[in-house]
Design a protein around this ligand. Sequence first.
Ligand code: SAM
Length: 229
Amino acid sequence: MRLSHASRTRQRTRKRAGGTIARKGKRVIYCRDAIPWLEKQKGLDAIVTSIPEMDEMGMTFTEYIPFFRSTARRCLEAVKETGYCIFLQTDRKYKGWVDKSYLITNEAEGLGMRLLWHKIALRVEVGKADLYRPGYSHMLCYSKKGKIGIPIADVVHRGEVTYPNAFGIDAVRHVVGYLKKQGVKTITDPFVGSGTVVAIANAMGMSAVGVDIDKAQCEKARKLVLERM
Ligand SMILES: C[S@@+](CC[C@H](N)C(=O)[O-])C[C@H]1O[C@@H](n2cnc3c(N)ncnc32)[C@H](O)[C@@H]1O
């Protein structure tokens, strides 16, 4: 991949055992609670995130659903009108089926935002069952005035994960690549975890902002380097 002069001057390099790995694009990680942080954000270019799971939050089901809805709304409200808000979420099998795509779309509609697309990332092979989680995750893109742009695949394999609750690397490449083609310059992940989204955004030459409440996760997110592929 050829870099422009501006990109070359922005290029950061990091030493690693066995060689030097190029990191293009800037990365800022804030170690704090994303909920009040999101409330102060207006006009972000794009969000790519996964709202934390019920067990990660230590909440009961009755507490979790309102938390999930209000967090989705805060993310949707933080992007600019022509921006994009992408959620990577896995449903729960709990007292039936908790459909997170329904919950987020319901919040988005209340804010006058459209579901631009709904893709699927496979977590297990076709024909295999998982007792507790569905074998696929949703990839959902919302915007008020953003264009749908070029078509991308509807079903992908999620790929490797950097830790058990992380989103798959291949699925993240898929959506970050879409945003790059849409002309997005900066991607924000308010629940950055180990940094899959910020690392891939940087590898594709985009700037990235991450937020996480957990110090150890912030350290990982600051250091993670992934290839563009
Ligand atoms: C599902 S993980 C994110 C995974 C990430 N997308 C990845 O691929 O690595 C959720 C993250 O949200 C963080 N988190 C939970 N509550 C938070 C809060 N109130 N503010 C910021 N981060 C929070 C957790 O520490 C965890 O790292």
